[in-house]
Design a binder for this molecule. Structure first.
Ligand SMILES: Cc1ncc(COP(=O)(O)O)c(C=O)c1O
Length: 435
């Protein structure tokens, strides 16, 4: 029976359920489902075994990544530069891969140790800090900066959102200016509708621009306006297009304010006018007042990014983990006698699998039919999964999951295993949180 017919039948049953408890039972009783790995996951399983990766592993599919980079290049308006959101692709090798294909040297960075690491290991990058860091974190960046090719006065833009932060950063900028004779580059965070902080009025934008203009140790380097809310805006509130138009109208006003305040010192070509994110970048055209778009997650596609605006991107990141134990039944301590009743109600609780690790921010994708046991709960050591007799899974097989997001989940597994469609061909180290 087709899915739509099944749904219709179910809806009819739910409607009738109010009238009859027997029908209610039929409407809500879970149906048995499950299966084996698709040809794709079977191949990936073989590749992981051949590579000896008998532990939880973060896999990136090189071909899917390549496809997503291709989509980015196809959609990016001609007049916009691309900036890599480093937190969402937290591996130097992964960033190198994207840099080689897109030709960008622009990175957005959100964590002081990552900033130091990038300055040391990728000294030709131009870095925009994506959030207003505590000034102490900025000071620590300079303290830990190793002498090398990276010139922070030229290649680093710090993000400021309030007059208070500006005053704090000014102290640091003056000290740096005494040492280097060069100004600190400062971008201003705009609130273009997300309401995650940033400047909300043109008066506030003008106030900070005037403070910056009067300070030789600081240079106004541009704006950052993030609009992740736009892709989530429901039609009843005007939908994504309207939210983005409003965001860009505020952005354009801010550029005009900068032109007015800075006068002859205003040169748009030297400014970084940053906007965008994965879920919105496809909505932009050349007319937008920004001159670059940031995005990262959409290149690996964790499940939070399964959105209509990224429909032509492909999942490129999976968690793979071996099955440690495959038990023929599900027995919960103290209520063993309930097992037949649980199974009679939900045949998908019939069997139990314990996997290596678990409790990640992730959803199981293969084999189909696995579910969590709500009574047993979670384990980061040996997670329990249940499945029906139809689930084809044994000890030493792998379970595959898709992470909800990349920025933290990628850091939980050690090196990324790169899958080329047949084999694991590379190990890409990930960033160290506290290095
Ligand atoms: C300032 C800023 N720009 C852009 C992004 C977009 O990142 P991604 O494309 O990974 O969603 C983010 C994500 O948090 C952000 O905070």
């Amino acid at each position: 029976m087709s899915d739509s017919k099944v749904n219709l039948k179910r809806r009819t049953l739910i409607g009738a359920a109010a009238a009859s408890p027997l029908l209610a039972f039929a409407a809500f009783k879970p149906r048995e489902h499950g299966g084996g790995h698709s040809a794709y996951f079977a191949k990936l399983q073989t590749a992981l075994r051949d590579a000896g990766l008998w532990r939880p592993t973060l896999v990136v599919d090189r071909q899917a990544l390549e496809h997503n980079v291709g989509r980015l290049q196809a959609h990016l308006p001609q007049s916009k530069h691309y900036r890599i959101v480093a937190k969402s692709l937290p591996s130097l090798e992964l960033i190198r891969f994207v840099r080689e294909r897109t030709g960008t040297d622009r990175l957005m960075v959100f964590h002081q140790p990552f900033a130091n690491f990038i300055a040391e290991r990728m000294p030709d990058a131009r870095v925009l800090i994506g959030k207003p860091m505590p000034v102490g974190a900025a000071a620590r960046f300079f303290e830990y900066l190793k002498p090398g090719a990276f010139d922070p006065q030229q290649q680093m833009q710090w993000l400021i959102d309030t007059p208070e932060h500006l005053v704090q950063y000014r102290e640091l900028a003056r000290a740096r200016h005494n040492e280097t004779g060069q100004p600190m580059q400062v971008s201003l965070e705009l609130d273009v509708g997300l309401h995650r902080g940033g400047l909300r009025t043109q008066e506030a934008v003008a106030e900070l621009l005037m403070l910056l203009g009067a300070e030789p140790s600081m240079r106004f380097a541009g704006f950052m306006g993030y609009e992740a809310h736009a892709s989530k805006m429901p039609a009843i509130l005007g939908g994504p297009r309207k939210a983005l138009d409003e965001a860009m109208a505020f952005y354009a006003d801010s550029v005009t304010t900068a032109r007015n305040v800075l006068g002859s010192g205003f040169d748009e070509r030297t400014l970084t006018l940053n906007a965008g994110g994965s879920s919105t970048y496809q909505l932009y055209d050349d007319a937008a007042p920004c001159n670059e778009l940031a995005m990262g997650s959409g290149l690996v596609m964790p499940t939070d990014f399964d959105k209509p605006t990224l429909a032509d991107h492909r999942p490129a990141a999976f968690i793979a983990t071996p099955v440690l134990k495959a038990l023929p039944s599900t027995r919960l301590p103290g209520i063993e006698f309930m097992s037949p009743a649980f199974r009679a109600w939900d045949p998908n609780t019939a069997r139990t699998f314990y996997i290596y690790g678990g409790y990640w921010h992730a959803d199981t994708v293969s084999p189909p039919g696995l579910q969590r046991n709500p009574i047993w709960g979670h384990s980061t050591n040996q997670e329990m999964l249940n499945g029906s007799e139809q689930v084809q899974l044994g000890v030493d097989d792998y379970v595959f999951l898709r992470p909800h997001q990349s920025e933290f989940v990628f850091l939980e597994f050690g090196d990324i295993a790169v899958f080329d469609g047949e084999r694991i061909t590379a190990a890409w180290p990930v960033f160290q949180q506290g290095a």
